[in-house]
Design a protein around this ligand. Structure first.
Ligand code: IPE
Ligand code: IPE
Ligand code: MG
Length: 254
């Protein structure tokens, strides 16, 4: 681990035993949900919920790095989220650019490697440019792999892979003779080269996947908490990690 658990969890609430944290997931995926309800409960505009959510995101990235977790994938904006009001969508994009720009230096100095998951072509130019800069700047880093899913949809990702494969086969029909394997198919996804998530966290109490990493979560352990994303801090993260290490993962075996 990069830092001691005592340093990472200095004000651990009673009853939460950080010392027993022994087994870490290699890849954690997070559906960061509940920003709107957080704002509603506080009587503030939804966008305030999204900006409070950015603080939780920063904290979780920091803790993942401190713990030495290999991969963290966060769901920031889905292919379905365009259905929201223009004002909210623009606000979220603005915040995403700001967060990436403000954090880039620190991420880079902490050896974090940033990768975007999703279809960048529909993103506003400034958003796309900021993300590409982050990917480019950090591409040779070897610490935490941080995947930021924006305009991401699991079905869209699978469909793209199928189309790409069909195209390759039409150019090179000999490919059809080779049996496409699960590994071969995984290589066509945005997440190529990464292990599947071991732990999938969803905040705000919704028991659904909402189109996140459909192929990759076949055997992920799912953890749902009622905590709204802006209230999700390192101790909530610890709760999820402790829960994960108590799971009996069988992968279909005995
Ligand atoms: C998650 O919070 C952020 C995005 C989906 C962009 P929501 O905005 O979905 O918050 P709720 O679910 O309405 O509370
Ligand atoms: C999932 O949350 C997408 C993100 C967190 C980016 P949503 O709020 O969009 O999901 P639903 O509508 O509750 O399924
Ligand atoms: Mg939501």
């Amino acid at each position: 681990m990069a830092s001691s658990l005592e340093e990472i969890f200095p004000n651990c609430p009673d009853g939460l035993d950080y010392k027993s944290l022994e087994i870490l997931p290699e890849h954690v995926a997070v559906i960061m949900d509940g920003n709107g309800r957080w704002a509603k409960a506080k009587g503030v505009p939804r966008i305030k919920g999204h900006s409070a959510g950015v603080s939780s995101f920063k904290e979780i990235v920091r803790v993942a790095g401190e713990l030495g977790i290999g991969y963290l994938s966060v769901y920031a904006f889905s292919t379905e989220n365009w259905k929201r009001s223009k004002e909210e969508v623009e606000g979220i994009m603005r915040l995403a650019v700001k967060a990436v720009k403000n954090e880039l230096e620190e991420l880079h100095s902490n050896n974090v490697k940033v990768r975007m998951l999703g279809d960048k072509s529909r993103l506003p130019k400034a958003t796309r440019a900021a993300f590409e800069e982050a990917e480019e700047t950090t591409k040779n880093n070897s610490g935490l792999h941080l995947q930021y899913a924006v305009n991401y949809g699991g079905r869209d990702e699978i469909l793209r892979a199928v189309k790409e494969y069909a195209n390759k086969c039409s150019v090179n029909p000999a490919l059809l003779e080779e049996d496409l394997s699960e590994e071969g198919f995984s290589d066509l996804l945005y997440t190529h080269g990464m292990p599947d998530p071991d732990l999938l966290i969803r905040t705000s109490g919704e028991f659904r996947i909402s189109n996140f990493l459909l192929w990759q979560i076949a055997y992920s352990e799912i953890y749902v908490t009622d905590t709204l994303w802006p209230d999700f801090d390192r101790y909530e993260y610890l709760r999820a990690l402790l829960d994960f290490q108590s799971r009996d993962r069988r992968f279909g075996g005995r």
